[in-house]
Design a protein around this ligand. Structure first.
Ligand SMILES: *[C@@H]1O[C@H](CO)[C@@H](O)[C@H](O)[C@H]1NC(C)=O
Ligand SMILES: *[C@@H]1O[C@H](CO)[C@@H](O)[C@H](O)[C@H]1NC(C)=O
Length: 305
């Protein structure tokens, strides 16, 4: 472990304070404003495609596609005790992750180059994400994050770290509202045996009644809505088929985090959730395919004789 290396994974506010002091030391050596250069280096295996999207509170650096050995860099000035935070979302194969690419604790670990410039390196590898203070000679790059399976979203963590960031800036005065909202689309797929009776569905939220829909085997129905940063939307549906009926939530705060993320190329943070209705019950998946994603969540109630 390099002399500079501090465990970036620490989360306690007290330690963040130490990191802030750390930056204060660095910046006082080099003036009151430092310029940070952040490099993201794609060290993934040949023929792979990395998609990334980095953002700060004020800046959206947009979606970038990197191929092996490509790199992406950005730089910015940070004042003494600056609270600059950049987080990036990465997608590769069927994996994805979001984490802080730059925050106060990282700032304290970046390498000092001439004058007021500091540099920070992230290497993206098959086995995860490595941080280093210098490009050359190879510093001790240290692993900070593993890839996550695409389907387990970690948006809860982003919510958390984004809120703590706002909290840090405003010293708790903020209500932690963010400009971000997502569009969610809930799909209901009729996968009942062919030639079976129509499935009747009626979905409602606190404010909306989407009305009665009849679906036939192979058919589907979907609806979309905007969910703000803090969530809170709930939709429940009533299903009738073959003399049975059931009501359950198709979307709420708990289901929310299992919905899949879609469309990497626009600035909307969009999500999808799938419910498949079968003879033996109701199955949920974060994406339409593959079928192995579907997990049974509800049975049809047994009919009373
Ligand atoms: C800062 O970023 C690092 C690396 O992504 C992360 O491990 C750490 O939890 C972050 N610190 C805070 C306070 O969020
Ligand atoms: C940073 O990226 C730009 C392209 O976006 C490139 O022109 C520049 O050379 C890069 N800087 C360094 C120091 O690699």
């Amino acid at each position: 472990m390099g002399q500079n290396m501090i465990n970036l994974k620490t989360k306690t506010p007290f330690l963040s304070l130490i990191f802030l002091l750390n930056i204060a030391l660095v910046t006082s050596r080099h003036g009151f404003t430092s310029r940070f250069h952040v490099y993201i280096i794609d060290n993934l295996p040949p023929n792979s495609k990395l998609t990334m999207h980095c953002q700060s509170h004020d800046d959206d650096l947009g979606y970038k596609v990197l191929y092996p050995n490509d790199e992406f860099n950005f730089s910015f000035n940070m004042k003494l005790f600056g609270g600059t935070l950049f987080f990036c979302h990465f997608w590769w194969n069927d994996q994805s992750i979001t984490f802080d690419i730059f925050n106060n604790s990282i700032a304290g670990n970046c390498g000092v180059i001439d004058g007021d410039h500091l540099e920070c390196y992230w290497k993206v590898q098959e086995d995860g994400f490595y941080f280093g203070a210098r490009r050359n000679p190879p510093p001790d790059y240290e692993k900070q994050h593993d890839w996550n399976q695409y389907y387990f979203t970690i948006r809860e963590n982003i919510k958390f770290s984004f809120c703590s960031f706002i909290f840090l800036l405003n010293f708790g005065l903020s209500s932690c509202k963010s400009p971000f909202s997502s569009i969610y689309t809930v799909y209901i797929i009729d996968a009942l045996p062919s030639n079976s009776k129509p499935l009747t569905v009626r979905c409602q939220s606190k404010d909306d009644d989407l009305g009665y829909k009849n679906l036939y085997p192979g058919g589907e129905y979907h609806f979309s809505f905007k969910e703000n940063f803090l969530g809170g939307t709930l939709f429940f549906c009533h299903f009738w088929w073959n003399g049975k009926n059931i009501i359950f939530d198709v979307f709420n705060n708990k289901i929310d985090i299992y919905c899949g993320e879609v469309e990497l190329l626009s600035n909307d943070r969009n999500h999808e959730c799938f419910w498949k209705v079968q003879e033996d019950g109701f199955y949920f998946a974060p994406h339409r395919n593959p079928p192995s994603l579907y997990e049974k969540k509800h049975d049809w109630p047994t009919t009373l004789a």
